[in-house]
Design a protein around this ligand. Structure first.
Ligand SMILES: [Zn+2]
Length: 309
């Protein structure tokens, strides 16, 4: 079984560059593979232009994430309102990015321009994006509009968005030829969905089938539970259940607020889980970054590669 994870909300504002360096060093040393997002405009401006010392140090770490086994998703530019790239600031009183991905009237060209601008900012800052994460938001405006969209039958993201990602992958703007995306998750229904493809290129919704028990975005000690993943005796937990059920992967998600080694209440649990996996599941699981999973799935047109790893 493949093991991987997504870490959302990664930015120097949550925990400094040093914390991200510690995280990357740990993953590299333990052979852990996964993903951590980079939100380049989270400070209200693009950190790829005139970065502060902290932002510069953070970008240097993001640039070495790949060699440490960690993918980099754009969790869109701000995780809030749409960004004005000409003015280098977040626009005022505009739709939030996550909601905008669901607005039915947005065109492929509009998505492609916006995503392309973020990829270009990444290039400016030495960051190569591998995939895409939907930024969830429960603000009043988003909640109201999501409800309206659902009521009118728009439960899924605008399909034009997947096409825009595919077009950019074909232009070589992403690191690889397949683009893993993280939108929804489900412990029971978590699976992979091909959203757009053309020859060697593909865009996939690679759903986590395990949740965040590393403190979530609240950095809340009551939301920390390593046993959820694997118990100390290695006999239960969701990893073990997915393994016993013959699932091709167990992918969980986390948030940098809880996971970061500087202040995150979930960090000791993360290292505990990694140690338990090492101790109990050796030979039965293989860590893999999300973009490797979608590359191999796309090349094999299914999960047949998992048995032969
Ligand atoms: Zn919102």
């Amino acid at each position: 079984m493949i093991l991987s994870f997504y870490c959302d909300d990664t930015s120097p504002g949550v925990a400094g560059a040093k914390a991200f360096e510690t995280f990357l060093d740990y993953c590299a040393k333990q052979g852990i593979r996964g993903e951590a997002s980079a939100i380049l405009g989270t400070g209200g401006h693009s950190m790829a232009r005139n970065p502060s010392a902290e932002e510069k140090a953070f970008l240097q770490q993001v640039a070495r994430a790949w060699e440490c086994g960690i993918d980099t998703h754009m969790e869109i530019m701000t995780h809030r309102g749409l960004f004005d790239f000409a003015a280098n600031r977040e626009k005022k009183d505009v739709v939030h990015e996550g909601l905008w991905l669901h607005e039915p009237a947005v065109t492929v060209q509009e998505y492609q321009r916006y995503f392309g601008d973020i990829l270009a900012e990444g290039q400016r800052g030495g960051v190569r994006f591998t995939g895409f994460t939907w930024p969830g938001c429960s603000c009043e405006a988003c909640t109201k509009r999501y409800a309206e969209l659902r009521a009118s039958g728009h439960r899924a993201p605008n399909p034009a968005m997947w096409q825009a990602l595919l077009n950019l992958a074909k232009e070589g703007k992403f690191r690889g030829r397949t683009v893993p995306c993280f939108f929804d998750s489900s412990e029971t229904e978590g699976t992979i969905h091909r959203k757009a493809s053309d020859g060697a290129y593909g865009v996939y919704d690679l759903m986590p089938n395990a949740g965040d028990h590393f403190g979530i975005w609240e950095n809340n000690p009551q939301r920390v539970d390593p046993d959820y993943y694997i118990t100390a005796d290695g006999k239960s937990g969701i990893l073990v259940r997915h393994l016993q059920a013959g699932a091709p992967y167990c992918i969980w998600y986390a948030h940098w607020q809880g996971l970061n080694p500087a202040r995150g209440v979930g960090w000791p649990a993360f290292t505990t889980v990694a140690e338990r996996i090492d101790k109990h599941l050796q030979g039965q699981v293989v860590w893999m970054r999300p973009s490797d999973i979608t590359d191999r799935y796309h090349a094999a047109n299914g999960w047949s590669f998992v048995g032969s790893m």
